[in-house]
Design a protein. Structure first.
Length: 741
């Protein structure tokens, strides 16, 4: 027989795939787990029990909702709830530290109308269809089915939703058919466009339309020393000017783009008219050949009236007919919008201006148009700004950046290139340090992408390779809490919540499961800074069945207990509420949990479970501080022990654990054994502890006799089903292994 006392002093490889069950030769085997539920693997190695979720209120309406974060500052952050045709806001009162629905005035919930239907909020695969990019008080929203909107924060307690009205473009390529269009006037409202063939549709209303001069040479060129009459027009520098006086031209060729200037000391005063083109906004469509418009940029005279009908016209790139942008991002002081394989960047420092030409000239700060070309036609699923603009399509991943690094990005200094061909799901990636985590097209894999400075190219690795089982139902959303533990929260199609502890600099990548108490089905989530400033806060919309009725609850995850906290402040229940006040044996205000069996923590001690009836429970002992909510037990099971044997491995051999040492910090409660069917209770109460007081949190080693006999597995398990803190540092079994199988 071989005797051994191995130690597992770290569990920050997370829950490992069953495919690794025999890979004792793999370094991360010894720091992994076969089951990890409601524990957070820390970067340092120990497991910390995740805190419970606190109930805020029911979500608005009865439909599935989409949660979106809005962070004006670390002290003013909001969770925005999108449901069909409505938007609602949740936030934290900075004085009372109470989270709740935003009120524009006392007793009046702030709720605004929106155009988004249920099919606009989510795709058929459950991923969010709306995409967002925030700049200060403005949240830009794309959906593909509607014109881009801007959700504006006008004060700490008010928001408005407006259209994103663009200027100067973008436009499709110029018409290449024989169809002509002319306008009834150069400027004004109620101007009519008439086409020689049917080109207009009702879905063009609200979009832009561009017209260029039929023949710019029809206007004589400006020349020196020519006698000019009042009202005469001349062409100069590609632009059209009109004489405001009768005189002989001077020597200064007109090049200005606004107002009127003389071309000499005693010359002609030239009024700028147009750069040879102009654009309008379509306000109504009267027939397939006629539309009513408002002129935005003056039209050239060479497109006005039937005699000047021109083939040089173009529809706006965005409309109900052409489709609206589906993805949005900020990068290099430009707003970027995408549709299909096209990506447009606004004029530098002007998020509304998409002019590709500045009075006929293509300048460095003009709008940018990029087509993502890879030989396949795949739509852009997401965009995110980094050192370059990363774009995920259904067929591959691209970056858009400067062609030469010495100059700013612009129409003449931009390139796109394909960096991988894994294909992306319609879920914006998570950035952490130098890496981005995105979800592959099928929703089963997460990939970490970063720039490899050694090989001067982007590298992409499979982040789910060690836990390929954990995303089996498909990823539908992600969110990231940087503090206190860097965790990417992942929402699955089956309503499961899982986490990914991610610290590339410390080579920590660990997956873990988080079953929500009461068999809750998580439908949406968002992360905002906690008002206390000590962490990021995960908000959830959880679908539950309470007394046979489907409800949707807004909840947020509390932080785990930490050194310096009162033991009575431990919050390890889901959809829970707290009481603090005079001693009482009745806890009311629990109507949202009617009929549910709940865990209770009273004055820092676990209380027997209760069933909520009529919105309250009755306690055995008076409470001055109590937390009540749905049970959310934490479970850890190691991989099969590899303790070695005289003739090699201990795998597949009969073995027995005689003694076990669990090392804890600030922990109370729990059970141990080899499986959930065979667990003994850990005893934390000492003879010196007062019987009428909670068992104090324990730090140190607990040495126990093992409740199991001989086995070939050698699993080690720890379960805590009481609402108390846990920090598990290490497990140290004393194992005897038979040499023969």
């Amino acid at each position: 027989m071989a005797k051994a006392s191995p130690i597992q002093s770290s569990v920050n490889s997370g829950e490992l795939s069953p495919l690794l069950d025999a890979r004792t030769d793999f370094a991360k085997y010894g720091t992994g787990a076969s089951i990890m539920e409601n524990f957070l693997p820390t970067v340092q190695g120990p497991l910390v029990r995740r805190a419970g979720t606190r109930f805020v209120r029911e979500a608005g309406g009865s439909e599935k909702v989409l949660f979106v974060p809005f962070e004006f500052s670390v002290t003013q952050a909001y969770v925005i709830e999108f449901r069909p045709f409505f938007i609602r806001f949740y936030t934290t009162d900075s004085v009372t530290k109470v989270r709740g629905v935003l009120e524009s005035s006392p007793g009046t919930v702030l709720q605004i109308l929106s155009p988004y239907e249920a099919t606009d909020l989510f795709s058929a695969d459950g991923t969010p269809r709306l995409k967002f990019a925030q700049s200060g008080d403005f949240l830009y929203i794309t959906s593909g089915n509607h014109q881009t909107r801007i959700l504006k924060r006008t004060s700490a307690t008010n928001f408005t939703l407006t259209l994103h009205e663009v200027e100067g473009g973008p436009f499709k390529i110029l018409n290449d058919t024989t169809t002509t269009v002319f306008a009834s006037a150069e400027a004004g409202t109620g101007v009519t466009l008439t086409a020689s063939a049917g080109i207009f549709a009702a879905g063009h209303v609200g979009s832009l339309f561009q017209l260029e001069s039929k023949d710019i040479n029809a206007i004589p060129a400006w020349e020196v020393g020519k006698v000019i009459a009042v009202g005469a027009r001349r062409r100069s520098d590609g632009k059209t000017y009109e004489a405001l006086n009768g005189a002989t031209t001077g020597t200064n060729r007109p090049v200005h783009t606004e107002g009127a200037l003389f071309d000499g000391d005693v010359g002609v005063q030239w009024q700028f008219r147009d750069p040879g083109y102009g654009y309008v906004k379509i306000t109504s469509v009267d027939s397939s050949t006629q539309a009513t418009v408002t002129v935005v940029d003056r039209l050239p005279s060479q497109v006005v009236l039937a005699a000047n009908a021109t083939t040089r016209w173009a529809f706006g790139a965005w409309s109900t007919v052409e489709g609206w942008p589906t993805a949005v991002a900020f990068f290099r002081e430009r707003l970027w919008l995408a549709k299909k394989q096209m990506v447009w960047g606004s004029v530098a420092a002007d998020f509304n201006d998409f002019r590709a030409r500045n009075f006929g000239q293509v300048t460095a700060d003009a709008a940018i148009v990029v087509t993502l070309v890879s030989g396949k036609i795949n739509d852009v699923q997401w965009m995110t700004g980094d050192d370059e603009l990363l774009c995920g399509t259904a067929g591959g991943e691209f970056v858009i950046g400067e062609l030469t690094n010495g100059n700013p990005i612009g129409p003449g200094n931009v390139r796109s290139r394909l960096i991988s061909q894994y294909g992306s799901r319609s879920i914006p990636p998570i950035k952490n340090g130098n890496g981005q985590l995105f979800i592959q097209r099928a929703g089963l894999k997460a990939r970490e992408i970063s720039y490899d400075s050694l090989n001067l190219k982007y590298a992409s690795t499979d982040a789910t390779i060690l836990a390929n089982h954990i995303t089996r139902s498909g990823v539908v959303n992600v969110a990231f809490t940087q503090e206190p533990v860097p965790v990417v929260w992942v929402l699955l199609a089956d309503g499961s919540l899982i986490g990914y502890t991610w610290s590339a600099e410390q080579d920590v990548r660990a997956w873990h499961r988080h079953p929500v108490g009461g068999n809750g089905f998580v439908e949406s989530m968002a992360v905002i800074p906690a008002i206390e400033g000590d962490r990021d806060e995960l908000w959830l919309c959880v679908r539950r069945v309470i007394n046979g009725t489907i409800v949707r609850y807004v909840e947020y995850m509390e932080r785990p207990w930490r050194e310096g906290d009162l033991q009575s402040s431990s919050f390890y229940v889901d959809s829970g509420l707290s009481y603090k006040g005079a001693a009482t044996t009745t806890i009311s205000g629990l109507s949202h949990l009617n009929g549910q069996v709940v865990d209770v923590l009273v004055n820092g001690a676990a209380h027997p479970q209760r069933t909520v009836s009529g919105g309250f429970i009755t306690l055995q002992i008076p409470a001055t501080v109590a937390h009540v909510g749905l049970p959310c037990p934490a479970k850890f099971r190691s991989m099969r022990i590899e303790a070695g044997a005289k003739d090699g491995t201990s795998q597949g051999k009969t073995k027995r654990i005689h003694k076990m040492v669990y090392r804890f910090i600030n922990t109370a409660g729990g059970k141990y054994g080899s499986s959930v069917e065979n667990l003994d209770t850990l005893q934390f109460r000492e003879a010196s502890d007062p019987m009428d007081q909670p068992v104090p949190l324990y730090s140190g080693d607990k040495v126990v006799s093992w409740p199991d006999g001989y086995t070939t597995d050698g699993y080690i398990m720890y379960v805590n089903d009481q609402p108390l803190p846990v920090t598990l540092l290490a497990v140290m079994p004393q194992v005897v292994t038979n040499d023969a199988r």
